[in-house]
Design a protein around this ligand. Structure first.
Ligand code: NAX
Length: 332
């Protein structure tokens, strides 16, 4: 009998969680043999909504889902968790400056980092989805010094999935035929979706995506901008931000971290920079990674063109600015 693991989802009454919880309960993230106990954290005014989510979880009638606990208390939510999806965050309201948004979120992720530090398992795997995801992950890790920094990651998998879909559509192949796209940097409009090392596999050949597309101008302009602005395009059309695709990406990220990446394939994750590729240390930066035995490694040795270097510099500078702003808030 496999013992159930505790998994926390914050922002559990929100729209991303609504799609994510089904995937967790169905076994598509931690595997079909791993039972889970869900800890659902949201803020006090959302407890009634959360009761409805709990009823629906019961009504899924899924055997892997064991105990479900809704709560507004981080001490209860983070108790002995093996995996944490930090989805809840303060949304940007009209007229709010980026700085104000960062300030509100620094407070939330400080509290949650502290709760992880006190109550979670020391090998907990933390995925931050709530924006600004990279800097929130950095703050969270800072307030959880008893947990290794490597255990804190930020989600850029949605950007990777968007890029993969866009390239496959352009080439005219099924989406899973394209792999090894890299998202570098911040989950923001400065991110750099990079197809330079991506490959496309057909029944007869494997070739670089760059050769299959054969249009450098498109790759260096339209492609990059489309991915950078895809979130805004979804909001403009749906009047709400990406949720189904964001939840799927969160599941993909955690599944690959938990169960490992496929041979010869890498995925992108925001991780604490170790200085690879000349990126400043101690910012949460999205890198290409492979995962084995629940440990990720940054893929080394990829060639970086001058064009790519200029893009990496822009997104790294933005993350350094966010870190400085977050530190200012914390000093007050
Ligand atoms: P919703 O507004 O639907 O849900 C957020 C939930 O978080 C709400 O129920 C709210 O009460 C709760 N919450 C707020 N503060 C909390 C706290 N201190 N503790 C626990 N819960 C708290 O937003 P949703 O669409 O689910 O998006 C959630 C976050 O994901 C947002 O920050 C959003 O910007 C971010 N996203 C990140 C993406 C990424 O790729 N990294 C993509 C999708 C999404 O935009």
């Amino acid at each position: 009998m496999v013992e159930a693991i505790n998994v926390v989802v914050t922002g559990a009454a929100g729209q991303i969680a609504y799609s994510l919880l089904y995937q967790l309960a169905a076994g598509s993230v931690f595997g079909p043999d791993q039972p889970i106990n869900l800890r659902l954290l949201d803020i006090p005014p959302m407890m009634k909504v959360l009761d409805g989510v709990v009823m629906e979880l019961e009504d899924l009638a899924l055997p892997l889902l064991r105990d479900v606990q809704p709560t507004a208390d981080p001490a209860k939510a983070f108790k002995d968790v093996a995996a944490a999806f930090l989805v809840g965050a303060m949304p940007r309201k009209e007229g709010m400056e980026r700085k104000d948004l960062l300030a509100a979120n620094v407070e939330i992720f400080k509290v949650q980092g502290d709760a992880l530090n006190k109550y979670a398992r020391k090998d907990v795997k933390v995925l931050v989805v709530g924006n600004p995801a990279n800097t929130n992950a950095l703050i969270c890790s800072h307030y959880a010094p008893s947990i290794p920094k490597e255990n804190f990651t930020a989600m850029t998998r949605l950007d990777q999935n968007r890029a993969q879909a866009a390239l496959a559509a352009r080439i005219g192949v099924q989406v899973d035929k394209v792999k090894n796209i890299t998202i570098w940097g911040n989950h923001s409009s400065t991110q750099f979706p990079d197809a330079a090392h991506a490959i496309v596999t057909t029944s007869t050949s494997t070739k670089p995506v760059v050769a299959a597309i054969n249009d450098e101008q498109w790759l260096n302009t339209t492609f990059i901008e489309t991915i950078q602005k895809r979130g805004a395009a979804v909001i403009a059309a749906r009047k709400m931000s990406s949720a189904m695709s964001a939840a799927k990406a969160a599941g993909d990220h955690m599944r690959d971290w938990w169960l490992g990446t496929k041979p010869n394939e890498w995925v992108s994750m925001g991780v604490v920079s170790d200085g690879s590729y000349g990126i400043p240390k101690d910012i949460v930066f999205s890198f290409p990674v492979t995962v084995q035995k629940k440990q990720y490694k940054i893929v080394q040795g990829l060639s970086i063109s001058d064009f790519a270097r200029s893009k990496l510099n822009v997104t790294a500078a933005e993350l350094e600015e966010e870190r400085a702003e977050a530190n200012n808030v914390l000093k007050k």
